[in-house]
Write a protein that binds this ligand. Structure first.
Ligand code: BGC
Length: 389
């Protein structure tokens, strides 16, 4: 972080009087207190963050077709989450907090557990199994410090996509067995440290094609609830995030895979059903059960050969815009969590993080490393957006 000398002096003076609080211009005049027993998305609009805005603006400059460029430019104004996926990338947060108006909520994903992405390769992270202490002190604590310095800004946080769901369904894999205790303790630590008045938290719960199988609903809910309770049942946890970086439709009936031979074993053929049924299981397990649903890239259905295909699905389009009008009691909001245009994983089969899912016939190729900007994919999402841009 860069401070000029005089800024440092002011900082020191302020710090001796009271803990340094910063405020973005236009932020609320007083501390935000979010009531996680209510749907805060009724009160706040998901903030279109400046990091994604810059990615989109650069992308627009590369589009020569003026009508496509005009549509693409609109994406910059749509609320999208910011991913903190490495210790280094925490530096993306503070600059992005400088333009958050009082009626906006800033969406943040924390994603850096040791042994990350244990059942796949594309998003394997920087921290190795066993580096839980670094996760706590260099990642979660640093993020918590920033959130405390911006008490007048509201935050919605998605906690560690895929982590606990992997422990439910992929625990037969050695890598997930090795990651398990670090995931449980790391998620509980994040829930405790980020349990701040200006924050609501949603714990990742996979999607209907994952924990929605009849035999996964109860163990899935119990896995999440156990971690929630180990974290001291934090008041600011509102429930779950579903379909993060996923492709499932909200309420398509019958669901996309409802004619598959194994469909009889899954009663959550769309995310609406999943939110209801997994929500009921969470309630029995004793955990708050409201949900936000990632609709960022689910505009086009019928593209995947199999439900489990997750990598850069070819033919996809931007989906339903962020909104608190979901029509379902347990569903707080449709949100864009995965920033459309950032890759899910590389299609380069010689890369260390190459995952065979990114080489499947229904995956877009070529594709860069996970998280990298993927211009051709972004343009496709714009073209195929539903509703249209
Ligand atoms: C990647 C992250 C990235 C995130 C959002 C994940 O698949 O592993 O690096 O930040 O997607 O694009």
């Amino acid at each position: 972080m860069k401070f000029s000398k005089s800024a440092l002096l002011t900082f020191a003076v302020a710090a001796s009087a009271s803990p340094t609080k910063r405020q973005s211009p236009g932020a609320c005049p007083s501390p935000v207190r979010l009531d996680a027993s209510t749907n805060v998305f009724r009160q706040y609009t998901l903030h279109p963050n400046s990091f994604y805005r810059e990615e989109v603006e650069l992308a627009v400059q590369q589009i020569s077709d003026p009508s496509l460029a005009a549509k693409a430019a609109k994406v910059a104004d749509i609320g999208t989450f910011l991913w903190l996926d490495t210790i280094k990338n925490i530096e993306r947060l503070e600059p992005a907090l400088q333009d958050v108006p009082c009626d906006h909520i800033f969406g943040l994903v924390v994603y850096d557990l040791p042994g990350r992405d244990c059942a796949a390769k594309a998003s394997n992270g920087e921290l190795k199994v066993g580096e839980l202490n670094r996760y706590k002190t260099e990642f979660i604590d640093k993020i918590a410090e920033i959130l405390k310095r911006y008490p007048n800004t509201a935050f919605a946080i998605v906690i560690e996509p895929d982590s606990l769901p992997n422990l439910v369904t992929n625990i037969d894999q050695t890598s997930c067995q090795q990651s398990a205790s670090g995931y449980r303790e790391g998620v509980a630590y994040a829930l405790r440290q980020l349990n701040l008045p200006n924050v609501v938290m949603y714990l990742d719960a996979g999607h209907g094609g994952w924990l929605g199988w009849d035999s996964n609903l109860k163990p899935g809910a119990e896995e999440l609830a156990k971690v929630y309770k180990n974290a001291g049942s934090p008041s600011q946890l509102r429930g779950i995030a579903t379909n993060v970086a996923g492709w499932n439709a909200w309420d398509l009936t019958p669901g996309e895979f409802s004619r598959a031979s194994d469909a009889q074993w899954n009663s959550c053929q769309n995310e609406k059903l999943y939110v209801e049924k997994f929500g009921a299981a969470l309630r029995s397990a004793g955990m708050p059960n409201h949900a936000i649903i990632d609709t960022g890239r689910n505009g086009v259905q019928g593209l995947r050969e199999e439900w489990g295909n997750w990598c850069n699905v070819n033919g996809a389009g931007f989906g339903i815009r962020p909104s608190a009008n979901t029509g379902a009691e347990l569903a707080d909001a449709f949100v864009w969590v995965k920033p459309g245009g950032e890759s899910d994983g590389t299609s380069d089969s010689s890369a260390v993080r190459y995952d065979s899912f990114c080489g499947k016939p229904d995956a877009f190729k070529p594709s860069p490393e996970a998280g990298q900007w993927h211009q051709a994919y972004f343009e496709m999402l714009v073209r195929n957006a539903n509703p249209a841009l």
